[in-house]
Design a protein around this ligand. Structure first.
Ligand code: ADP
Ligand code: MG
Length: 347
């Protein structure tokens, strides 16, 4: 079995971190790996306080386990119960975690001018992506997709008062697949910091939050090439920064050689297939996660307008034809090989 994108990027980061170990004095390197959010999550910490790291890692593991089951879009848990209540036109009590996710998602929906729409769970399910296995076979019937488009769900149709959630549109079905990981990594990093850990990277299959530094040096991360083996770019991150990539190369439906990727254009209910990947660097993992998904949905013609609306200044888009589009701030810091730089334009 070949190495997956998620494992590959984890490996890149671990090697970068590994060069600093081996001294008997000074910070030590700690690493943990769990399987959550449908991916391998690697946590790398440098610290000279093993007890803080042990406590922080234990809190983080528990938090991620709970987040994974509470916010899952199709497996039994709190979010599934919320979606069932919405479909039945019922009001439902929600905890602070779900309230905060919904409010954040409403904001990202508005900022992205609708390209990021986490109320589209029903059509994501119709395309077969509410399953651990990749779907195959013919796409959903045209009439079903059209009917869904007419139902026009979006997260602003939901109101929460005194902890009770109600949707004016029963077609709203939350799917935080493009957002909850970023939200959880932000909260997870805050937990680590509260435990006394200040230098860390939490890497969930290539989507990562970094804090502090790696033994006085920046953390080095690689962004996988969406169309072949290897990395397309390198980045050095120091301080609080998050790097998130969305792509069409890992989860897709396949029928007679045709691929239908898992990020959908909310206006048409159809897979967005003109972008190979979008990478975003931002202070907040939640904002970066939403933006990367939004840019793939918006497509090459519209993504830079959406980036401006979302106030994202550091982003890279790889089109299906392999050209690389960079925002000016991203162009200044990202490390591309000469070959890739020749295929890149600053927009
Ligand atoms: P990954 O899961 O690889 O990190 P993303 O962060 O882009 O990728 O999330 C993709 C998921 O987001 C899809 O599987 C689906 O659940 C959901 N989704 C698909 N299209 C949209 C969209 N336009 N807006 C918001 N969420 C979406
Ligand atoms: Mg995303």
């Amino acid at each position: 079995m070949g190495i997956s994108r998620r494992e590959f990027i984890g490996a890149c980061l671990a090697m970068g971190a590994g060069v600093s170990v081996g001294c008997s004095s000074g910070p030590r390197l700690f690493q943990e790996r769990w399987y959550v959010f449908g991916t391998l999550v690697d946590v790398t910490v440098t610290s000279d306080d093993a007890e803080s790291v042990r406590k922080g890692m234990a809190r983080l593991a528990g938090f991620f386990r709970d987040a994974h089951s509470n916010w899952h879009a199709w497996k039994p848990g709190r979010l599934l119960r919320v979606n069932q209540a919405i479909a039945q036109g019922r009001e439902i009590a929600v905890d602070e975690g779900i309230e905060d996710l919904v409010r954040g998602a409403q904001l990202q929906y508005q900022l992205s001018e609708g390209a990021f729409n986490p109320a589209i769970g029903r059509i994501v399910g119709l395309w077969g992506f509410h399953d651990d296995m990749l779907p195959t076979g013919a796409p959903p019937a045209r009439t079903l997709i059209e009917r869904w488009v007419e139902s026009a769900p979006n997260p602003t149709q939901v109101a929460i008062h005194d902890g009770n959630l109600h949707s004016s549109n029963p077609a709203v079905q939350f799917d935080f697949g493009g957002y909850a990981k970023g939200y959880a990594l932000d909260a997870g990093m805050a937990l680590l910091k509260a435990s006394g850990v200040s230098n860390a990277v939490i890497n969930a299959g290539g989507d990562l939050n970094a804090a502090g530094h790696n033994n006085a040096r920046p953390w080095r991360v690689g962004v996988r090439h969406p169309q072949r083996e290897g990395v397309i770019a390198g980045l050095e991150v120091a301080g609080d920064e998050a790097v998130y990539t969305s792509g069409n190369y890992e989860r897709f439906r396949e029928n007679n050689g045709q691929r239908y990727p898992h990020i959908l254009d909310p206006c048409t209910g159809m897979p967005a297939d003109s972008v190979a990947s979008a990478t975003v660097v931002h202070r907040s993992g939640a904002a970066a996660d939403a933006a990367a998904t939004a840019f793939v949905a918006a497509g090459p013609g519209r993504w830079s307008e959406v980036a401006q609306a979302m106030r994202i200044t550091q982003a890279m888009l790889v089109t299906k034809s392999g050209s690389i589009e960079l925002t000016p701030e991203m162009a200044q810091r990202i490390q591309l090989s000469a070959r890739h730089r020749r295929r890149s334009v600053v927009i």
